[in-house]
Design a protein around this ligand. Structure first.
Ligand code: ATP
Length: 229
């Protein structure tokens, strides 16, 4: 156990705070988004320039080598319930850091993998959440490129939600009359009129030409629906 923790790091070592290790492009975007949503973040990076750049933007930023157990303990990282290993290219650093976080018994460890083999090792180490940002974003953009979708999220089990424009044959009708569920196998879940916010769609919602809609359904069916003109 570390005996000389600074008061500052002690203060943010709360159960809803997140330790983000590695402040490259991925780690930075993630940490800033967490801070934006009022989550306290301890950012750790070994590069002094990166630390300098991020200081002031996160709750606390420390220059440290995350592969050293004593260093992580000194920063009270073992007291966090959530930690993210956002180191990709340096495989050794990623693996050593992840294995320390797992050995601390941190409830939720997230780690970025840059290849399938990297991801497999992280999973074998006991990392609960392995993410593949480049791979996943590549797949997502492929769906956007192929169809007329404005946005696309795929969940497990072949289920997706798509933001798109309505095809001509459902415009001007109540959703109940447009029979999109039976004809296209999708459900319109939300609708946005130009200049307004999204609202939930109901059976009585009438879709208009310049609306944006969000539909949910099987991946292929949501794609086919978004390709209709
Ligand atoms: P990105 O694509 O997110 O920019 P990357 O996948 O290229 O990053 P790396 O370059 O391996 O990932 O690391 C990201 C950050 O992690 C860098 O800012 C680097 O300084 C930091 N980092 C690497 N190894 C360590 C370590 N042992 N301890 C702390 N920080 C580290």
């Amino acid at each position: 156990m570390a005996r000389n923790r600074s008061p500052k790091t002690r203060r943010i070592a709360r159960k809803d705070s997140v330790a983000v290790i590695g402040l490259g492009r991925f780690g930075r975007a993630l940490a800033l988004e967490l801070v934006d949503e009022d989550t306290e973040v301890l950012g750790i990076d070994e590069d002094p320039e990166v630390v300098q750049m991020m200081s002031g933007s996160l709750t606390h930023v420390v220059r440290a080598d995350s592969t050293k157990e004593s260093v992580l303990r000194q920063l009270a990282v073992h007291e966090f319930n959530r930690a993210v290993v956002a180191i990709g290219t340096d495989l050794e650093a990623s693996i050593l850091t992840a294995s320390l976080l797992v050995s601390f018994g941190i409830q939720d460890v997230w780690a970025k993998a840059i290849s399938e083999a990297h991801g497999r090792i992280l999973t074998q180490l006991g990392v609960q959440h392995v993410v593949y940002p480049e791979h996943d974003m590549g797949q997502r953009v492929a769906h956007l490129v192929r169809g007329r979708m404005l946005d696309y999220i795929e969940f497990e089990d072949d289920f997706a939600m798509v933001k798109t424009t309505p095809p001509a044959d459902i415009v001007g009708k109540r959703l109940a009359e447009s029979t999109v569920r039976t004809r296209y196998g999708i459900t319109v879940v939300a609708i946005k009129r130009p200049g307004q916010d999204f609202t939930y769609a109901t059976a009585d919602t009438v879709v208009e030409d310049h609306d944006t809609i969000i539909v949910a359904g099987r991946t292929r069916q949501t794609e086919r629906f978004s390709e209709l003109q």
